[in-house]
Design a protein around this ligand. Structure first.
Ligand SMILES: N[C@@H](CCC(=O)N[C@@H](CS)C(=O)NCC(=O)O)C(=O)O
Length: 217
C-alpha cells in the first residue's frame, strides 16, 4: 500500500521525509498541508496528528507522526537494507543519530531558520544576541558531526543511510539561514558535496524564501 504523507515540502521535517522516501525508493502520495496558512493546526489535521506538527504518514490503519519514525518504518517496509541496515550495531548507530537529530540537532539548527529566514519574511529582524548565544550551542553539536565525518564520506560509513538525510534536513537552507557551516570543513564537505548531490535531495529542493520552483541551471 502506498504511504500517504501529509506534509508541506518547505519544512525541515517534511523535506526530511519526502527526500528520505525518495532515497529509500518507497512509494508515497503527498497530501499537501499548508504550513504558513496554519492548516496543521486545524481540526482535520489534528485528527491525524494531535501534536499539530508536520508531517504525519498514513499506511492503512497506521497513523505515524515523528519524521524519523516514518523513515524507519518505510525503510523496513520496503526492505532497504543499505539505507537502514538490519545488522545490530549498524542499526544502533543509525538509531542514535536519528534520536540525537530530533532531540538536539533540529532544535539547535531551527533557531537560525526562524531568526534569519522566518522573521525577515514576516517583516521582522533577527535577534542577534540570540544568534550569538546559539553559535555556542551549534559549535558543540557541529564539532561532534565534524569529527565523525573526518575520514569518512557519510555519517555511518562509506554509503549514505537515512541518518544522513535526517541530519541534513535541519540545515537544508543553510545559506539563507546563515548556519555557520563553513567553520566545520568535514561537515561542510559532507553537506555541500555529498548530500546536496543526492538525486533525492535535489528532487525535494527548497530555495530562498521557501520557494519550490528550482531555477534552470
Ligand atoms: N519531532 C517532530 C518535529 C515536527 C515539527 O516540529 N515539525 C515542524 C515543521 S519542521 C512543525 O510542524 N512545527 C509547527 C509547530 O511546532 O507548531 C518530527 O520529527 O516529526
Amino acid at each position: 500500500m502506498t504511504l500517504k504523507v501529509y506534509a508541506d515540502p518547505i519544512t525541515i521535517n517534511c523535506r526530511k521525509v519526502l527526500a528520505g522516501l525518495k532515497f529509500l525508493e518507497a512509494d508515497y502520495e503527498l497530501m499537501p498541508v499548508n504550513y504558513f496558512a496554519g492548516e496543521h493546526k486545524e481540526s482535520a489535521y489534528l485528527a491525524l496528528n494531535p501534536n499539530g506538527t508536520l508531517p504525519v504518514a498514513q499506511d492503512g490503519e497506521l497513523l505515524l507522526w515523528e519524521s524519523n519514525a516514518i523513515l524507519q518504518y518505510a525503510a523496513d517496509k520496503v526492505g532497504n537494507d543499505e539505507a537502514y541496515p538490519a545488522e545490530l550495531r549498524a542499526r544502533a548507530d543509525i538509531n542514535r543519530w536519528l534520536l540525537w537529530e530530533a532531540s538536539s540537532w533540529f532544535p539547535c539548527c531551527y533557531v537560525y531558520l526562524v531568526e534569519n529566514v522566518g522573521k525577515p519574511l514576516q517583516g521582522g529582524s533577527p535577534d542577534e544576541a540570540l544568534l550569538s548565544a546559539q553559535d555556542i550551542e551549534f559549535d558543540l553539536r557541529a564539532t561532534i558531526l565534524d569529527q565523525r565525518l573526518a575520514g569518512q564520506e557519510w555519517l555511518c560509513g562509506a554509503n549514505p543511510t537515512i541518518a544522513d538525510i535526517a541530519i541534513a534536513a535541519p540545515i537544508h537552507m543553510h545559506g539563507e539561514a546563515k548556519v555557520p557551516l563553513a567553520k566545520y570543513p568535514n561537515l561542510h564537505r559532507w553537506m555541500t558535496k555529498n548530500v546536496e548531490a543526492l538525486p533525492s535531495w535535489l528532487d525535494t529542493w527548497v530555495g530562498p524564501g521557501f520557494t519550490l520552483e528550482r531555477p534552470e541551471t
